[in-house]
Design a protein around this ligand. Sequence first.
Ligand SMILES: [Zn+2]
Length: 239
Amino acid sequence: MPTLDTFVEQTAGAVRWLGKGLLDIVYPPRCLGCGARPESSHLPLCPQCLQSLERAPEMGVAARLDRLPVGAGVFDVARALWVFDKGGTLQAVQHALKYQNRPRYGVPLGRLMGEAFADQHPPPDGVVPVPLHRTRRLERGYNQCTTLAEGAAEVLGCPCRLDLLARPHPTRSQTGLSREERWQNVRDAFRAAPDCAGGRWLLVDDVLTTGSTAVAAARTLTDAGAEAPSLMTLGLARQ
Ligand SMILES: [Zn+2]
């Protein structure tokens, strides 16, 4: 029942927003990297910690996808913004965004993703977040990729399309699975809406590890008639 889901998410979002607003007055947010108060209250990192993040190599994502049996040539452009290290500053940011109820970090981070994409590529027809299964989304209260996609869409001047890709089948966590197991786990997880046909979409995900999830999502779009999509992720896991 999408209407009830929307109501639950919006109510949870309003309560969260009120609660966080009060907390921010009493305890202003601190930089997740160094603990200093960030100069901008919108990003979770101070300017110095933001500068210190290692940029992902231009061809890093493409090289990772080439190692998947089905990953080569799936994307028009595939880029990650930063390298993601276990225990690093970007992991602290991603954990806050994903697990610690901080969806508001997503939009400003998504804007940086949009700017990095716009620097080198024409805008897509729309930005599509990698969807979560409904149960996971209701547990978490939001999809962290949607907040990133909203920020990217704002910068790129195109719509954020939540209607094009769904995840009707629950999948187990990818953590601890091999490359082949990860692909088998997600290959049939997504469904595309007919409206995606003919479009040039930018898929947005938070962290790319083997790329199985992003490739499964992309192939679902192209199987439904979309052009080869592009991909932008916040992080590329170091391997
Ligand atoms: Zn800092």
